[in-house]
Design a protein around this ligand. Structure first.
Ligand SMILES: [Zn+2]
Length: 258
């Protein structure tokens, strides 16, 4: 990670999680009101072309951790230029993105906040996500993993730090599934350097938090909500939710607000 001289931008290089090839991203502040763009495409729900294992926008895969970092820091205008078709996996968390964004001089955005008028609930196959009108932003997440049992975490943006509590939580994956994915030519760049490895017996690597996976689920949810393109005041309650339900909630929030 090296700031380029004389320019308000930061370049990050790394390995693409899926391709295993070197890729790079250059971040610079967008102009007030332009929102976040990825290779020129606005990072909005309507422009998501795939959520199969990673959110894809403007032909660029794995944008969710950068979007989560930006949203977690309250950055709504950002220009992202990507070389190589996907964002670098870095350490599998949002922390390197947070640190890169903190190096940019960005003016406080004036975008309007979405305030919910009434509760929204989305559910499918025993999983659910609900949003309630609130004065601030909080997420209450519950999830169960084989080998780890039930994990629950509450993140409240009013009195907790996104950078300290959520951003460091890494992507996680089961060793058994990784072998199967590699057989399909996917996840070629995935390793213990950019993911917390699990087995059906529990953690295979050392977790950064005892409940690191549920914190990463919140990180991903924040990245999905970033596709609103503006701040949200809501209390979110998620039970085993993932990208698909998160996207449906985001769509319903936009529909209610417009
Ligand atoms: Zn993730």
């Amino acid at each position: 990670m090296s700031p380029l001289p004389d320019r308000n931008r930061v370049r990050l290089e790394g390995i693409g999680l899926h391709s295993g090839h070197p890729v790079a991203a250059i971040l610079s502040p967008g102009q007030d009101g332009t929102g976040i763009t990825i290779n020129g495409t606005p990072a909005l729900l309507a422009n998501v072309t795939s959520t199969n294992r990673a959110t894809t926008i403007g032909g660029v895969a794995l944008v969710e951790h950068l979007l989560s970092a930006a949203y977690g820091l309250g950055r709504y205008d950002l220009e992202v230029t990507v070389e190589g078709g996907e964002l670098p996996a870095l350490d599998g968390s949002a922390l390197p993105w947070v640190e890169a964004l903190e190096k940019l001089k960005i003016q406080k955005s004036k975008v309007k906040t979405i305030e919910l008028q009434k509760p929204i609930k989305v559910e499918e196959n025993g999983a659910s996500i609900e949003a309630y009108p609130a004065d601030g932003f909080s997420v209450d997440f519950m999830v169960e993993f084989e080998g780890l049992g039930l994990q629950k975490f509450v993140f409240n943006a009013q009195n907790m730090s996104y950078k300290a509590e959520i951003a460091p939580a890494r992507t996680f994956g089961y060793l058994e599934e990784h072998e199967a994915l590699k057989g399909q030519g996917l996840g070629l760049g995935a390793s213990a350097d950019n993911a917390l490895v699990l087995t059906k017996q529990g953690y295979a690597g050392t977790p950064r938090f005892p409940d690191e996976p549920v914190r990463h689920k919140i990180l991903d949810l924040v990245g999905d909500l970033a596709l609103l393109g503006r701040p949200l005041k809501a209390r979110i309650i998620a039970d085993r939710s993932g990208h698909k339900l998160n996207a449906e909630l985001t769509r319903r929030i936009l529909a209610q607000w417009k």
